[in-house]
Design a protein around this ligand. Structure first.
Ligand SMILES: Nc1ncnc2c1ncn2[C@@H]1O[C@H](COP(=O)(O)OP(=O)(O)OP(=O)(O)O)[C@@H](O)[C@H]1O
Ligand SMILES: [Mg+2]
Length: 278
């Protein structure tokens, strides 16, 4: 996993995502195999000071409020005084909990627990943050806010390791991804590598085709599909698509869009895990 990236571990329920996280955090130990975090063996206390963790469904002491809770977790890292106070304020603002800082955990909603879980994971200014299903249980605005925080962490040079099966959310968020199936990584790479696949061609959408220009397009493209008023054509590369657009422009045909063909993460995932269950 590269530094300064958002890395996504995706896989079906029970494929071992949370177990992998627990191994990396040194909460469980492998029966076989080894691993390293920051060059230290799994479970080594040395790297734990530099990581943060947001568990799946975090829970905390019921009768602490947000500030007390973060003060407690900060003290575990030896933090205190004005510096910790400032850090607590900035984290609570970051996760949208500053206005609700006096409320006790016992009265938190699912989304508030998730937000304070993230603040707790960042209290020690970790270089690497692990998150298990970080937007589970959040309303759409809450999910957007958490994704924003994740991107901001990356922009600040931190590395984020996410586990999720929300592929539509992971696709625009992650720089690279690994697909886990039954405990085995079956695909891994940058998001672009995975979504471009072997099949790297270009897709152009045209409007305003008459019968003659349609025939011309069919002769220039690998394939053409009609979607109501528009035609979507596949080309081997960008330049052949541009040449076709220039040729057709003379007959009044308009190029609406041109983009490299990309699979969705969902398509890659289903292919990788061996299709839909019967
Ligand atoms: N490599 C493994 N060896 C032995 N047991 C495993 C392994 N991977 C997962 N398990 C077991 O499978 C169960 C489910 O795994 P885990 O909770 O890691 O799945 P998950 O991918 O996080 O699923 P979900 O999407 O439901 O959160 C656990 O009880 C775990 O102990
Ligand atoms: Mg899990």
């Amino acid at each position: 996993m590269a530094k300064g990236q958002i890395f996504g571990l995706v896989g079906p329920n029970g494929s071992g995502k949370t177990t992998t996280l627990k191994l990396l955090l040194g909460l469980v130990f492998p029966t076989s195999g080894t691993g390293e975090v920051f060059g230290y063996p799994l479970g080594s206390p040395i790297y734990k000071e530099r990581i943060g963790f947001v568990p799946e469904g975090p829970y905390f002491y019921d009768y602490l409020n947000a500030v007390e809770l973060l003060r407690f977790y900060g003290s575990l890292f030896g933090l205190g005084g004005a510096r910790l106070q400032e850090r607590i304020e900035s984290l609570l603002k970051l996760v949208g909990m500053w206005d609700r800082r006096d409320r006790k955990v016992v009265n938190y909603s699912r989304g508030m627990l998730q937000r304070i879980g993230l603040a707790q994971a960042l209290i020690n200014e970790p270089d690497l943050v692990f998150m298990d299903e970080p937007t589970a249980g959040l309303d759409p605005i809450g999910a957007i806010q958490i994704r924003e925080v994740i991107r901001r962490l990356r922009d600040d040079g931190k590395t984020v390791f996410l586990c999720s099966h929300l592929l539509k959310e992971m696709e625009p968020l992650c720089d690279s991804v690994a697909i886990l199936n039954r405990g085995v990584v079956c695909r891994t790479g940058t998001m672009t590598e995975l979504l471009t696949g072997e099949d790297s061609h270009y897709v152009a959408t045209f409007r305003g085709l008459a019968e003659a220009s349609l025939q011309q397009l069919q002769s220039l493209a690998m394939s053409v599909e009609q979607n109501e008023e528009e035609y979507t054509a596949s080309f081997r590369d960008q330049s052949s698509a541009v040449t076709a657009a220039e040729t057709l422009a003379g007959s009044g045909v308009e190029l609406v869009a041109l983009q490299p063909y990309r699979l969705s993460l969902e398509e890659v995932f289903i292919d990788a895990v061996g299709g839909m269950p019967q």
